[in-house]
Design a protein around this ligand. Sequence first.
Ligand SMILES: Nc1ncnc2c1ncn2[C@@H]1O[C@H](COP(=O)(O)OP(=O)(O)OP(=O)(O)O)[C@@H](O)[C@H]1O
Length: 470
Amino acid sequence: MGYLSCNAESAIATCDPHFKKLKPPAAATKIRHFNYTDIVAAANGFSPDTFLGRGSHGRVYRATFDGGKLLAAVKTTKHNTASNIKCSSPAENEIEILSQVPSPRLVNLIGFSTDPNGNKLIVVEYMPNGSLHDLLHTTKKPPGWNRRVRLALQVAKAVRELHSSNPPVIHRDVKSSNVLIDQEWNARLGDFGLALRGHVEDVRVKCTPPAGTLGYLDPCYLAPEDLTAKSDVFSFGILLLEIISGRNAIDVNYSPPSVVDWAVPLIKLADYPGICDRRIPPPPEPAVVRLLAVLAARCVRSTAEKRPSMAEVVECLNLARKRIRASPIWKNLRRRVARVDSSVPVVAWEECDENDGVRIGKGESGKVSGVGYGSEPPNNNKVMRSKSSGSGYGSLRGSWVKMQAHQSEHGLGRRKVKLKQSKSMGVLQGSVLLHNNNNNNANNNDVVIGLEMGQFVLREERMVEKPLVN
Ligand SMILES: Nc1ncnc2c1ncn2[C@@H]1O[C@H](COP(=O)(O)OP(=O)(O)OP(=O)(O)O)[C@@H](O)[C@H]1O
C-alpha cells in the first residue's frame, strides 16, 4: 500500500535481471574513426540493397566491417543549413553524446567518419528488427501485451538512465521511430541528434532552442529555459499511449487526431477498453491496462512538475509487468511451454507472449513494408497503411520542430496532411474512484486506481468500496 515512488535510480546494474543478460555495449570500447573509403566499401557503395531507411537528417545503410565480423548501421547526414543558430550539427551532437553515455539500452556509437563534402557519417550498432514504430504500426501480427509492457519498460529504463547520468542527458526526441529493436528483441533508444547533456542552468542547455517531433513535443517546452527532464516524460507518455492503443501520435483517421486529445478523455471516463489496440486480445489482467493508461495520462499532464519522474515510470511499469506475469493464463502458458521442451530455458520463453512470432515484412530495399490492419479504427474507415514519412522541419514560436506526417491510404487515395501541435489534457477535475470493471476478478491484491482532485494518483492497495477522499 502507499503511493508509488522509486528510490532505485542507481540500481540498474544490480537489480535488473534484464540488464545482466545484455552484452556490454560496443561503445564501451574505443570510438573508431573510419576512413570514408572504408565506409563506402562496407556499405557496398551505399547501394539499394544496404539501404535501411531515411530520416530527417539523411539516409541509413547497413554496413559490414572487419571482414564480416562487425555489422553496423551508417547514418549519412547533412549539416542543417536551415538553422541560423551557431551550434553543433545533430550529427556532431550525436557523436559527442553517444561517446559519453554508452549503455546496453541505447543504440551505441561505434565510430564516425567525414565525407569529402565535410558531412559527418555516424556508425552505430545495427538493429536487425526495425523500429518500435514498425512493430506497432506495420507488422502483420502486432505484439501482445506482455511484449508491449516489456518494450515500454525497456525504453523507460533507457530514459531513466539518461536522466540519472551526470550530467543528465535529455533526449528531446523520444518517439517510436527512435526506438529500435535489437537481435534479442530488446528495445534500444537511438537518435541522439537533438539530445542535450548538461544541467538545466548550463549555458548550452539554456541557449539551445526547443526542438522535438510534433505529436510528441511537450507543450510546456516553448523556450530554452522551459526544458527539464519532464519534457522527455511527456514524450514517453505519448509513446505509452501509442503502445497501448496501437495508433500513431497524430493520426487523421481518428477524431481527434492527437492521441492525447483522444485518449485522455476516455481515461478520465475509465473507458480503458476504449483505448486498447483492437487488433490484439485484451490483456489477461484488466488491471494492467488501467495501470498503463493512468500512468500515460500522468506523463502527459499539462503541468510539467506534476508529471512523474522516469524512475517512478519504471516502477509503475515494473508493477504492470509483474501483474501480467503473475496472471494464471501467463503462468499456464509458461508451464506448458516448459513441458513441451524442457531443454529450452524458461527465461527465453518468458520473453515471448501470446502474440509472439512477429515478423516484419521487408521490401526489396530491405525497408519494412506496410501491411493492412486486422481491425478497423473508430471511424470505420479501413486503414490499409499508416506509416511515418520522412520528417520535415517547421517553425514553432521561433523554434525548430520535426513534423512527422502520417500518410494514409484512405479511400480518397494517399494524401499528405499538415499537422497541428498536440495539446496536453492531463489535468483532471473532480474526484472519482475507478473500480475494477470486472468484479469477479477482484481479489485482495487488486490494483485500485484513484483519480483525485486535479491529479492522478496511482496506488496499489486492497479493493475498497468507497470513493477516495482528498
Ligand atoms: N541502427 C540502426 N539499425 C537498423 N536500422 C536503423 C538504424 N538506425 C536507423 N535505422 C532505420 O533507418 C531509418 C531512418 O532512421 P533515422 O534515425 O535516420 O530517422 P527516423 O528516426 O525514422 O526519423 P527522424 O530523423 O525524423 O527522427 C528508420 O527506418 C530506422 O528503422
